[in-house]
Write a protein that binds this ligand. Structure first.
Ligand SMILES: NC(=O)c1ccc[n+]([C@@H]2O[C@H](COP(=O)([O-])OP(=O)(O)OC[C@H]3O[C@@H](n4cnc5c(N)ncnc54)[C@H](OP(=O)(O)O)[C@@H]3O)[C@@H](O)[C@H]2O)c1
Length: 264
């Protein structure tokens, strides 16, 4: 578990928008100092100013492209050189990619695997040993409800989130007796830029029921405090995550085709 929020440091990836920026707001409100990480520097600098004004907490901004395989090592070396000890790591950076087989952009798929899986894995393994040694700390890895089932036209994305869920649950079991909590957060549809960036049809988000980022992040922090291994945000999403386990796998994936079938 965390030693405390106040005056301890959290590192948040994907902090320039959406769920990551909201983690920054809710953790700064608890007195945490923050290291914000993403490619776009300007929104993170603006957020740092906002948090300092609202809470007087320290915020440092590091612009990093997690698609570069060298980035996690460089990032953690930079954090260490600044003398920061990460009490809470939030691996939130990630994106989706919607495509048919015939028109797939393979580079984009490989980038997705690098950011959603490889960078998250490396950052987790780079911070966890120190936390275990100190006997306190926490990691939140952002997965998705897409982790519970294959999603047609989003195969690499849904598989990447299954990886995050399984990886995180395994680490949760290993770390829990040593005072460290590792949590997989599985949001359902959440109102962020995610769907535009994924290539969903215009207006997709508005046509589907969704949660706001504040609700998702509050749910995650509560689950971390309860030392849960994973949490699905929203009870309807939770029920769905259970139902797909009972249904035939071929039925579930065929049913998923209606969500992201590219429009002709
Ligand atoms: N929104 C949903 O419905 C939903 C549902 C389930 C799970 N999720 C997950 O929630 C997480 C956050 O997504 P979001 O919904 O908040 O979407 P978002 O607003 O698009 O945020 C994505 C964040 O990831 C960062 N990022 C993307 N590629 C990066 C790279 N190469 N290097 C460094 N940072 C990178 C982006 O920053 P820069 O562009 O500045 O680099 C941005 O801060 C993702 O892991 C996503 O899969 C979202």
């Amino acid at each position: 578990m965390l030693q405390a929020y106040a005056d301890h440091w959290a590192l948040i990836t994907g902090a320039s928008s959406g769920i990551g920026a909201e983690f920054a707001r809710q953790l700064a409100a608890r007195g945490m100092h923050l290291i914000l990480v993403a490619r776009r520097e300007e929104p993170m600098k603006a957020l740092a100013q906002e948090l300092f004004t609202a809470h007087g907490t320290k915020t440092e901004v590091i612009s990093v492209d997690l698609n570069d395989p060298q980035s996690p090592a460089r990032l953690m070396a930079e954090v260490e050189s600044r003398g920061r000890t990460v009490e809470l790591l939030i691996n939130n950076a990630g994106f989706g990619y919607i495509s048919e087989i015939e028109t797939v952009n393979l580079n984009r798929v490989l980038e997705l695997i690098q950011v959603n899986i490889a960078a998250l894995t490396e950052l987790t393994y780079r911070v966890l040993p120190g936390m275990l040694q100190r006997g306190h700390g926490g990691v939140i890895n952002v997965s998705s409800v897409a982790a519970f089932q294959p999603v047609a036209y989003m195969g690499a994305y849904s598989a990447s989130k299954s990886y995050v869920l399984h990886f995180t649950e395994s680490l949760w079991a290993e770390a829990r007796e040593k005072g460290v909590t590792v949590l997989a957060l599985c949001p359902g549809t959440t109102r962020t830029d995610f769907f535009d960036i994924s290539g969903a049809a215009p207006g997709w988000l508005e046509k589907n029921s969704s949660q706001d980022v504040a609700t998702v992040v509050r749910t995650a922090i509560k689950a971390l405090e309860k030392k849960r291994s994973y949490i699905v945000s929203g009870w309807k999403n939770y029920i769905l995550s259970l139902l797909v386990r009972l249904a035939m796998r071929s039925t579930v994936v065929k049913e998923s085709m209606k969500y992201f079938r590219p429009e002709k």
